[in-house]
Design a protein around this ligand. Structure first.
Ligand code: ADP
Ligand code: MG
Length: 713
């Protein structure tokens, strides 16, 4: 009897060579084989018979290729056209042709003797019946055509492994596997109207009709999302149950309160709502796990700083972890500036330190000592904060500036630093890049979410313009405009994709642009240059000069993408804008419009390389809106979740059928169902839930084994 974890070679007909080819599709076990789901189904029931096939209609014809003809046509003044024509004999012995333009490789792909279906528009050409550029599905030539299922599954395939071959093996596997026990509790299946698991596997691969294929797909998709959510909720509840929280609630008259009193502006409504939610979390006897989302400039930093001060007010410490050294330094400066009115590193003020991997050894030793003794109140750092030697007197609040870069495991590690002294610290995770709700619920399903959905008042909308080489005159006019802005004390960024010129890449370099702008375009203005290859103190010097207004135009690479906050900067020029992603463009644009003046973002695109359709779509959407959440949705649609998800997937199970873009409703439903289930049975130890627990652990591939041990132990 076949078992799901057997290697594919356990299936008749799969030897080492075939197994290797399957390996290229990441299929090693029988389970992985049957989880290779059809992309779609060819409806062979809808096959047209050639005899009464209506010319001009969309048809699917089936037959065997009997010959190939390759020609080259070149009409006067037209482009050359390669024409490959296959002659096909259908089941009744009549002939038709299938024609392909500029696809000479089709002859190799579909050699004489290939039995296949051809879908396309039927035409009559010089007396022959012809389908032009048909969609071709190779079928199993040995089988009687009438034996083909009406709905034939079409699998993602390779040339070595055509779809019908995969279908055969999957069919064999399904025949030999024992019926699959269903791990979903019956009540849940009823509630969500789900077919049972074994039926789902049978019907997704060999459906009776479109309806049962759809029901099967829905069930398997539900399982992917539901088990993912159960894992996240389970982990969350276990962690909460295990460690007591610390009361870091705000205290009247201390730092957090005084900080707000000293602000030169009023917090926005959204910031107030965030304070309230966070204050409630801080007071609770369970550690906070909250995600703070907000568009560029929505004022997340303020919320983070206030939260950290609450810890200090309760006699504890707070840590802020950033993904890069540049960002850590930026945070240190922001913190020092924001907290200056309260006194920083003075006798009765706050003690703030920074720790990164480039902190000199002696200083590091001193800081570690003062962290342990409790002398340091606030520490800002990078991954260096996660190292063994870093111990706290009493860590109350952890803020993690995510930028999609830390995995779940690293978040847990920093939190554990606080647990060494009893009780779990309160954790606030910030993302600078807005993420769509569906993605947040999946990637951050173990966190509560607060969104700062309101920008501070007085921000003028940013005017965004696209300039292509056809409008080259506009470049000159823009340069003139920048000078006028400079005369009013307003500043400009010019962002380039490269630091220095490159033979390999046709793109604008910052160094070259700096020379050109400083020498030829604005010899009368101060033009600065900053990029990632400069030494940090040189970088810092240029940035400070720009901040003080001593530099009018700053040529930069994407080092300025995040965090830089210069209110007098009113123009953002981006060279080779087609080379940047949506969220990058959005972040860059967010560097202007931070003051009270009208701001502009100018995208130069198509100057060094032609615009692809995808790039055009990206630029159009950036032109169309400044709403980061809307852009994040478009980004998700264009890039697909593969990339977004992959960036910080770290330890989450695969999604094979579910799509974050299309399956939003199901994501919400499965999340609710998972929350309810785990709330009712936190150990997943009810007899009706045990099979589900094992399935969740299996899908997390070891990521939840500690929980499993705890639950059963
Ligand atoms: P984010 O990190 O969300 O992009 P920041 O926290 O850097 O945004 O804030 C952007 C700018 O807005 C900063 O200059 C900050 O001082 C300012 N700011 C924050 N909150 C307010 C507010 N309520 N009113 C006016 N300005 C604010
Ligand atoms: Mg910020």
């Amino acid at each position: 009897m076949l078992a799901p974890d057997d290697p594919v070679t356990a299936i008749a007909g799969i030897g080492p060579a075939k197994a290797k080819a399957l390996g290229l599709l990441s299929i090693v076990t029988v389970r992985e084989l049957i989880e290779h789901y059809p992309r779609r189904y060819a409806d062979l029931g809808a096959i047209s018979s050639l005899e009464d096939a209506p010319v001009g209609d969309q048809v699917t014809l089936i037959g065997t290729i009997t010959s190939w003809d390759q020609r080259r046509a070149q009409a006067k003044g037209r482009r050359r056209l390669d024409i490959a024509t296959a002659t096909v004999r259908d089941r009744d012995g009549s002939y038709f042709t299938a024609t392909f333009f500029n696809q000479s490789w089709r002859e190799n792909q579909l050699p004489i003797g290939t039995f296949a279906s051809f879908s396309g528009k039927l035409k009559r050409f010089r007396g022959d019946l012809q389908v032009t550029m048909p969609e071709v599905t190779v079928l199993d030539g040995e089988a009687d055509p009438d034996q083909h299922r009406r709905l034939t599954p079409i699998y993602p395939a390779t040339s070595a492994l055509p779809s019908f071959r995969l279908a055969q093996w999957i069919e064999a596997a399904l025949d030999e596997l024992p019926p699959m026990p269903d791990y979903l509790p019956v009540s849940l299946r009823d509630e969500h109207d789900l077919v049972d698991l074994d039926f789902a596997f049978q019907q997704i691969h060999r459906p009776d009709d479109h309806d049962s294929a759809e029901a099967a797909r829905r069930r398997l998709k539900f399982d992917e999302l539901f088990t993912l959510q159960v894992g996240l909720q389970w982990r969350r509840v276990r962690l909460e149950a295990e460690v007591a929280g610390k009361d870091n609630g705000p205290v009247e008259g201390r730092f957090a309160a005084r900080f707000l009193e000293h602000l030169p502006f009023d917090p926005t409504g959204a910031q107030h709502r965030a304070f309230d939610r966070i204050a409630a979390d801080l007071k609770r006897d369970r550690p906070m796990h909250r995600l703070l989302q907000g568009d560029v400039g929505s004022g997340k930093t303020l919320v983070a700083v206030w939260t950290m001060l609450c810890a200090v007010d309760s006699g504890r410490q707070a840590a802020l972890m950033a993904p890069t050294e540049v960002l850590a330094e930026q945070h240190l400066r922001t913190l020092t500036d924001l907290l200056a009115p309260l006194g920083v590193n003075v006798l009765d003020g706050l003690r703030i330190e920074a720790l990164t991997s480039s902190t000199p050894t002696a200083e590091r030793r001193r800081i570690l000592g003062e962290l342990l003794s409790g002398d340091v109140d606030l520490i800002v750092g990078t991954h260096a904060l996660l190292e063994e030697g870093v111990r706290f007197a009493d860590l109350g609040v952890v803020v993690i500036d995510e930028q999609h870069r830390f995995g779940v495991g690293q978040r847990v590690r920093l939190r554990q630093k606080g647990e060494e002294t009893g009780g779990g610290p309160d954790v606030l995770v910030m993302t600078a890049t807005p993420i769509p709700r569906s993605l947040a619920l999946t990637l951050y399903g173990d966190l509560d979410v607060t969104v700062l959905d309101e920008l501070p008042p007085g921000r003028k909308p940013i005017v965004t313009q696209l300039i292509t080489p056809k409008q080259s005159g506009r470049r000159e006019r823009l340069y003139e405009f920048v000078r006028e802005q400079a005369e009013q004390g307003l500043q400009t960024y010019v962002v380039c994709p490269l630091v220095e010129g490159s033979e390999a890449i046709e793109a604008t370099s910052a160094a070259e642009t700096h020379r050109r702008l400083a020498d030829e375009v604005w010899p009368d203005l101060e033009v600065g240059l900053v990029h990632g290859r400069m030494r940090s103190d040189d970088k810092e010097a240029v940035m400070s000069a720009f901040r003080r207004g001593e530099i009018h135009v700053l040529v930069a690479t994407t080092v300025i993408e995040v965090g830089v906050d210069v209110p007098a900067a009113s123009v953002m020029i981006i060279e080779d804008a087609e080379r940047f992603g949506i969220s990058q463009l959005h972040q860059l644009r967010g560097r202007v419009g931070r003051g009270a003046d009208k701001s502009y973002c100018v995208l130069f695109a198509g100057w060094n390389s032609p615009l692809t359709d995808e790039a055009a779509r990206r630029l159009e959407s950036v032109m169309a809106t400044t709403d980061g959440f809307e852009l994040a949705e478009v980004d998700l649609e264009i890039r697909g979740e593969g990339q977004l998800f992959g960036e910080r997937q770290s330890g989450l199970p695969d999604l094979k059928l579910a799509r974050l873009t299309r399956d939003r409703k199901l994501i919400e439903q499965t999340r609710e169902a998972a929350v309810a289930l785990v709330e009712a049975d936190p150990d997943l130890d009810e007899p009706t839930n045990r099979a589900l627990r094992a399935e969740v652990v299996r899908r997390y591939r070891g990521g939840l084994e500690e929980l499993e041990a705890l639950a059963t132990g």
